[in-house]
Design a protein around this ligand. Structure first.
Ligand code: UD1
Length: 424
């Protein structure tokens, strides 16, 4: 197993290019199941979650070629492999987002059997809204022996809401939208997720011949079509990777430039960083981060888009641990998503978690030590803390990080961090 070793205290300088968005790539790759003929999708990051989904799609009969420039060519052909409809436990257990094949498989092959994703360290992660959505479209759904099995000869358009206890659902919206594009008649999804990654999937499907309107709003209207064809498509830049690098610049009091960014997807993140005192300028597709010496504590509440992403919470926590004064983070999406707080405390941070709130008393100094990654974004938060901590930080269990960040340590090293990957 690998670990990342960081000597903290270096200011980051230079330019980093942001990859395509993992969370857009996954449902778009799954949606290729719906298409007849090859699609070429550009800017797919070379990360473990993409490899896992590629294996699932290959099991389902897809032909996948990766080009060196990050383009994936994915081909499904109508009428072939109709009898393959299973996403097995061995693969789904590696990545919860594998659930995104449920909608496309069901509508295209009339049957889908997807391993129940189960909970994870960031919370319970139920899939009741996914099931509610596809049932509303007329599917029979059973959950037995650890699998969700859904079947329907033909799905039928309907009106449904995806509102749950913690708001709407991102992948649930992707699943229901993907299922509805080939259904009979019109589907209206109320309380749909508005995340840029959901919008990207809708644009991809429309390019392939779907009829989805209301993209970017809470109500999506989908007129079913008979067939979809392969397309060339470039996915949006990863706003969470961008946010992570912005905070890497800010936490080290550095000056860095990010290229290939859509700043409009990062409004809540940029606004909060400006409130903290980080100077951020936007020029076309680039973001320039200039640090100041005085940062201010802030309060943050994670929210569905366009609010503060829960996937940026751990990174903000790392930064706020180094900002003198009291900050409060309230987690509205995954109330238990604070595993990183205990590890940051091992680095000397003063964090008190009460229910879904974390109260942080920041101080300029963290100290390097051994820490363990519990999930992808927690790992990003710990690496950021290591960049500024005094001494050496050993970040263990980095396989979580490799799920979502491509060569993170190499790219931070190019910006001047003293960071390397080592075998344990
Ligand atoms: C996606 C993202 C993940 C991000 C999350 C929230 C991908 C691959 N992953 O995950 O990085 O952290 O959105 O922005 O895109 N819920 C239910 N019932 C359901 C589904 C969800 O109650 O059927 C709850 C969840 O427990 C959570 C909230 O709804 O409290 C939001 O979850 P959801 O948007 O579904 O997250 P994912 O789509 O799994």
């Amino acid at each position: 197993m690998d670990k990342i070793v960081i000597e903290g205290g270096r200011r980051l300088e230079g330019t980093v290019r942001i990859n395509g968005a993992k969370n857009a790539a996954l449902p778009i790759m799954a949606a290729c199941l719906l298409l007849n003929g090859p699609s070429r999708i550009k800017r797919i990051p070379n990360i473990d979650d993409i490899h896992t989904l590629s294996k699932i799609l290959e099991n389902l009969g897809g032909k996948i070629n990766r080009h060196d420039d990050g383009m994936l060519e994915i081909t499904f052909t109508d009428g072939e492999n109709q009898d393959r409809f299973v996403a097995p436990y061995e693969l789904v257990s590696k990545m919860r987002a594998s659930i995104c094949v449920l909608g496309p498989l069901l509508t295209k092959r009339q049957k889908a059997k997807v391993s129940y994703p189960g909970g994870c360290v960031i919370g319970q992660r139920p899939v009741d809204l996914h099931i509610k959505g596809i049932r509303a479209l007329g599917a029979q759904v059973e959950t037995t022996e650890g699998y969700i099995t859904a079947s329907a000869d033909r799905l039928k358009g309907t009106e449904l809401s995806l509102k749950g206890e913690h708001g709407t659902t991102v992948l649930g919206t992707c699943n229901v939208m993907s299922a509805a594009v080939l259904a009979d008649g019109t589907t209206v999804i109320e309380d749909a997720a508005r995340e840029p990654e959901v919008q990207d999937l809708a644009h991809f499907l429309n390019k392939a011949g779907a009829k989805i309107s209301g993209i970017g709003g809470n109500t999506l209207t989908i007129e079913g079509v008979k067939e979809l064809h392969g397309v060339d498509y470039e996915i949006i830049p990863d706003r969470i990777e961008a946010g992570t690098f912005i905070i890497a610049g800010a936490i080290t009091k550095g000056n860095i430039t990010l290229e290939n960014v859509r700043a409009e997807h990062l409004t809540s993140v940029i606004d909060k960083l400006r409130e903290i005192g980080v100077e951020i300028s936007i020029i076309g597709n680039s973001i320039i981060v200039k640090s100041s010496n005085i940062y201010h504590p802030v309060d943050i509440a994670t929210m569905p888009y366009p609010g503060m992403p829960t996937d940026m919470q751990a990174q903000f926590m790392a930064l706020l641990c180094t900002v003198e004064g009291k900050s409060i983070i309230t987690e509205m999406i995954f109330p238990d998503r604070f595993m990183h707080a205990a590890e940051l405390r091992r680095m000397g941070a003063d964090i008190r978690v009460e229910g879904s709130c974390a109260v942080i008393k920041g101080s300029p100094f963290l100290s390097g030590t051994n820490v363990q990654v519990s999930d992808l974004r927690a790992g990003a938060g710990l690496v950021l803390a290591g960049l500024v901590a005094r001494g050496t930080t050993n970040v263990h269990r980095i396989y979580h990080l490799d799920r979502g960040y491509e060569r993170l340590e190499e790219r931070l090293s190019k910006l001047g961090a003293v960071i390397k990957r080592m075998n344990e």
